[in-house]
Design a protein around this ligand. Structure first.
Ligand SMILES: Nc1ncnc2c1ncn2[C@@H]1O[C@H](COP(=O)(O)OP(=O)(O)OP(=O)(O)O)[C@@H](O)[C@H]1O
Ligand SMILES: [Mg+2]
Length: 241
């Protein structure tokens, strides 16, 4: 299995505060890696560092097995917190602009629009999209340039169940059909458990544990309390605080 993203003892400090501490994680090719952690755990900070939007205080990052991060980041797509879209532009215009910015081939635009379910939005401007449509457009923008890795920071935040399902199905499709490796963060384990193949539990800036989908199910079924669900397992891990 080839390594797509690895952090070695990654640490981030703001002033005297350590917000990520000695974090070593590995994402393998083909993973949908679910990064689970409560508000303030450090999810966005970790993703921003992987994307090159913040620099580590200590430790290092390897992308695609190499320390050349400038090269590696050309093969990463990101959607971090509020997506950067042009509200006065249509979906298609947003993608055309992104192609120009990245000097990418605009021939891919139509297939990306239909992949994310925005092929028939015509002259409608992004500012008139629903939150779910905006989130799917942000994912579409991140797909320009054919990334091998997508970093998605809480992409379902604020969406209704239908919007959540659409994003989930899209991520599964990107992973299965386009062979894109995905890092997705969330504070809701139950939501990640419908798509993640591997997990990392982040708590107060510390990666408590990494495990696979199968390991998670095994642990839940071996627990003395047979009714324990995923959410409880998570709460137990982080000591409920
Ligand atoms: N630029 C910054 N300067 C100072 N502190 C920061 C900065 N960015 C983040 N922090 C702090 O780092 C900690 C981790 O924040 P981060 O946004 O990474 O958490 P998160 O897991 O993404 O939380 P949420 O679920 O609320 O999005 C928080 O305590 C936050 O206040
Ligand atoms: Mg965050």
């Amino acid at each position: 299995m080839s390594v797509i993203l690895r952090t070695n003892h990654l640490t981030k400090r703001y002033g005297h505060r350590t917000v990520l501490s000695d974090l070593s994680m590995t994402i393998y090719e083909g993973d949908i890696y679910g990064l689970i952690g409560k508000n303030g755990a450090g999810k966005t900070t970790l993703i921003r560092m992987a994307a090159g939007l913040a620099s580590p205080s200590d430790g290092s990052i390897l992308l695609f097995g190499k320390p050349d991060l400038l090269q590696g980041r050309k093969e990463i797509g990101t959607v971090i917190e509020s997506p950067a879209l042009y509200p006065g532009m249509t979906a298609r215009e947003n993608l055309i602009t992104q192609c120009k910015l990245q000097d990418a081939d605009p021939a891919q635009i139509e297939s990306i629009l239909s992949l994310v379910g925005l092929g028939d939005t015509g002259a409608k401007k992004a500012k008139h999209f629903s939150l779910g449509m905006r989130q799917r457009l942000a994912i579409a923008v991140s797909l320009i340039g054919n990334p091998r890795l997508l970093l998605l920071d809480e992409p379902t935040n604020g969406l209704d169940p239908e919007g959540i399902r659409e994003i989930r199905n899209l991520i599964l499709k990107l992973n299965k059909e386009r062979h894109i490796t995905v890092l997705i963060s969330s504070h809701i384990l139950g939501e990640l458990s419908k798509l993640a193949t591997r997990y990392g539990i982040l708590h107060h800036g510390v990666l408590l544990e990494e495990f696979t989908e199968n390991e998670l199910w095994e642990r839940c079924s071996k627990a003395e309390d047979h009714d324990m669900d995923l959410e409880e397992y998570f709460l137990q891990k982080i000591g409920g605080n």
